[in-house]
Design a protein around this ligand. Structure first.
Ligand code: UD1
Ligand code: CA
Length: 457
């Protein structure tokens, strides 16, 4: 079978982004643009992927890791110059080379596969992925000869008025006969308005040698979007969001208003889960079946079991097991484990804590650096005092303990199982099993004293 190589162009400055972050690393629904491109190329089963990096090369390389091989383009002299840097790895090899830009995040593996198949079926030396654009400004235009064959590509900045009116654009994705590509690249010059070596010039050079050039038109033109600035970045996110949301809905997830639901690309959601508007699901989050994720919840890098209810809460790097619930307006911070049937109510903050099965933390509580057993009741307004100004210490609460309202548990401290903490107590010493701890001043009632108080006069 024909060897298939992919070259991903990711060395450009990205000047138009006006950003400290390297262009192709800007995320679209949670994944850097270059990640989308490389993942789709991997899915399209390329034998080898080479990414051309330049400014910010290390960032791209660290991010993509072993998904790709790399070459460095030290100076960004244009897309043809970028591909030429790959010569040491590919020049002279028999095969098909797919060239993709790192800033076209919406291209799918299906399109890439279809493009490669079309290229190989027609035995063309080059095949351009083109698209029809209502507003072609900024893109290279595909100029066809009278017999409708592709003659050349003209960049927006070099185009005549008639050429500029052409609405068929170069998506920046191509297939080449590998040998012909590297032979022709040597002939590309930089006599153009930008003084750059343009990869699309290879097309005209091959055409002049009477080689067969083919074009494959993208049916869904939105997939061709090239992101050069933040306006296009937002458009790309919007299109990607729609694609992701539709896939979830087709898999049996109810999104009440998909327009206002943000689900990043790697998130997984089980059947019959309902997601309300204004929800943002991020990173590596996995949500089970039959959950209800209420409006304005943000869940990041978390694992949510089945039948979990989240009401207007923020959850970060946390595990919530089956049948647990949280909110409204609570915050589960990293490294927390909320076991089955746990109830976390309103205005509760939990950090780096395990909460055992069937335990209830109903209202206005802070729990940090703690381990709580099963069937515990944590009263309203309780504070786990985990920080002494210098270090964080651990707090342990045993099964079936009852913590009265407004208690302070000062770390390090252990409350053993079945113990009872009286409301308003500040607990600084361990409490043995079955004991009641009370640590507050006794109440004194002063008869008739209120009558003399200034506010009465
Ligand atoms: C390019 C095409 C244009 C096409 C458009 C599609 C050229 C000359 N033009 O234009 O015909 O319509 O893409 O989106 O190719 N890059 C390098 N090294 C360089 C220059 C660029 O690696 O020296 C990379 C960039 O990081 C980017 C890609 O190549 O990922 C495309 O470069 P960009 O400057 O965005 O080209 P466009 O002007 O968009
Ligand atoms: Ca571009």
């Amino acid at each position: 079978m024909t060897k298939r190589f992919a070259v991903v162009l990711a060395a450009g400055q990205g000047t138009r982004m006006k950003s400290k972050l390297y262009k192709v690393m800007h995320p679209v629904m949670g994944k850097p643009m270059v990640g989308h491109v490389v993942d789709q190329a991997l899915e399209a089963q390329m034998n080898k992927i080479v990414t051309v990096t330049g400014v910010g090369a290390e960032t791209v390389q660290d991010y993509l890791g072993e998904k790709s091989e790399y070459v460095l383009q030290e100076e960004q002299l244009g897309t043809a110059h970028a591909v030429e840097q790959v010569a040491p790895l590919l020049e002279g090899k028999e095969g098909t080379t797919l060239v993709i830009c790192g800033d076209t995040p919406l291209l799918t593996s299906e399109t890439l596969k279809a493009l490669v198949a079309h290229h190989e079926d027609t035995s063309a030396k080059a095949t351009i992925l083109t698209a029809h654009a209502e507003d072609p400004a900024g893109y290279g235009r595909v100029i066809r000869a009278e017999d409708d064959s592709v003659r050349k590509i003209v960049e927006d900045k070099d185009a005549s008025e008639t050429e500029r009116a052409v609405q068929e654009i170069n998506t920046g994705t191509y297939c080449f006969d590998n040998k012909a590509l590297f032979e022709t690249l040597k002939k590309v010059d930089n006599n153009n308005s930008q003084g750059e070596y343009y990869l699309p010039d290879v097309i005209e050079l091959l055409k002049n040698e009477e080689e067969l050039i083919s074009a494959y038109q993208l049916s869904n033109k939105e997939d061709a979007l090239g992101v050069n600035d933040r306006v296009a970045l937002a458009q790309a996110s919007k299109l990607m969001k729609k694609r992701i949301n539709e896939a979830h809905m087709r898999n049996g997830v109810t999104l009440i208003d998909p327009e206002q639901t943000y689900i990043e690309v790697d998130v997984k959601i089980g059947q019959d889960t309902v997601v309300e508007p204004g929800v943002y699901l991020k990173g590596s989050t996995v949500i089970g079946e039959d959950c209800h994720i209420g409006t304005h919840s943000v869940i990041e890098d978390s694992r949510i079991g089945d039948n979990v209810v989240v009401k207007s809460s923020m959850i970060e790097s946390t595990v919530m097991e089956n049948n647990s619930d949280v909110g409204p307006n609570s915050h589960l911070r990293p490294d927390s484990i909320i076991k089955e049937d746990v109830h976390i109510g309103n205005f509760v903050e939990v950090k780096k804590t395990t909460v055992g099965k069937n335990t209830k933390v109903g209202h206005l509580t802070y729990i940090g650096d703690a381990t709580l057993g099963e069937n515990i009741n944590v009263g309203c307004g309780t504070i786990f005092v985990n920080y002494n100004g210098k270090e964080k210490n651990h707090i342990e609460v045993g099964d079936n303990a009852f913590i009265g309202c407004n208690a302070n548990l000062v770390a390090p401290v252990t409350v053993e199982k079945d113990a009872f903490i009286a409301a308003g107590s500040t607990i600084t010493e361990d409490v043995p099993a079955d004991a009641m701890a009370i640590a507050r001043a006794r109440q004194v009632n002063k008869e008739d004293y209120a009558k003399q108080l200034p506010y009465k006069h």
